[in-house]
Design a protein. Structure first.
Length: 233
């Protein structure tokens, strides 16, 4: 028993045997699963990608296996580096928090591959506690909800300051960011960055705005993506 605990804490990389490979893969998969579950829990509101959650689980054992295979063999290290150099990843830039989760999974997988399995579990537990504390305290977060508001108005309407009274009623802050002509100049599309006080009042705000813009198109979307939007027409 003492020899087993020594192997867990000494940092001696597991040998390429069935026993060593299984220990590394099981430990790395366990910490990857924990990281993925924490990510799922902390991203319920903003949503998450299933592929990304699966990737968090797989990254740790993959990196652990890579480190296990390399060992102290320099030739193998260069061969693997050349193989990975052929791989091209194409994806949209992620949220900084997502990148932190990726680094966390890779780091813990690397730790398992080097033989520090118990430290990988302890490190994962401590980092997960920190993540949960930051999540529940909403560290550096702002109250209210930010959206991009687009209001279509007829060319005859003087849009400058026309919606200030209504936006002051429902928003903590707002700022006009763009004016665009549409339908060959027959209409204008006014864009605002708004910080809404209460999302439950969105419908009331839209109804008031529609009464002011002649019941033309209004679009409310999140800053992150225009695909997650509300259309009113």
């Amino acid at each position: 028993m003492s020899d087993f605990f020594y192997n867990l804490t000494s940092g001696e990389a597991a040998s390429l045997t069935w026993h060593g490979v299984l220990e590394t893969l099981i430990a790395a998969t366990a910490v990857g699963l924990i990281i993925s579950l924490i990510y799922l829990f902390t991203h319920k509101k903003e949503g998450y990608s299933q592929a990304f959650c699966v990737a968090l689980i797989l990254l740790a054992p993959i990196v652990g296996m890579v480190i296990l295979v390399i060992g102290n063999n320099v030739a193998t290290a260069f061969s693997l580096a050349g193989a990975f150099a052929l791989v091209r990843f194409r994806s949209a830039p992620g949220d900084p928090k997502d990148i932190a989760f990726v680094f966390m999974s890779v780091t813990m997988g690397l730790t398992c591959g080097l033989g520090y399995w118990i430290w990988a579990v302890m490190g994962t537990a401590i980092l997960c506690v920190i993540i949960l504390i930051l999540h529940f305290t909403n560290y550096a977060g702002k109250k209210g909800e930010r959206f991009v508001l687009r209001i279509t108005v007829p060319e005859t309407l003087n849009y400058v300051g026309a919606f200030d009274e209504c936006l002051n009623k429902y928003c903590k802050s707002f700022k006009m960011t763009r004016v665009k002509s549409v339908d060959f100049g027959a209409l204008f599309e006014i864009s605002f960055d708004v910080d809404i006080k209460d999302s439950k009042q969105i419908r009331e705000m839209i109804d008031d705005l529609r009464a002011m813009n002649g019941n033309l198109k209004i679009m409310l979307s999140t800053p992150e993506t225009l695909n997650r939007s509300f259309h009113f027409q």
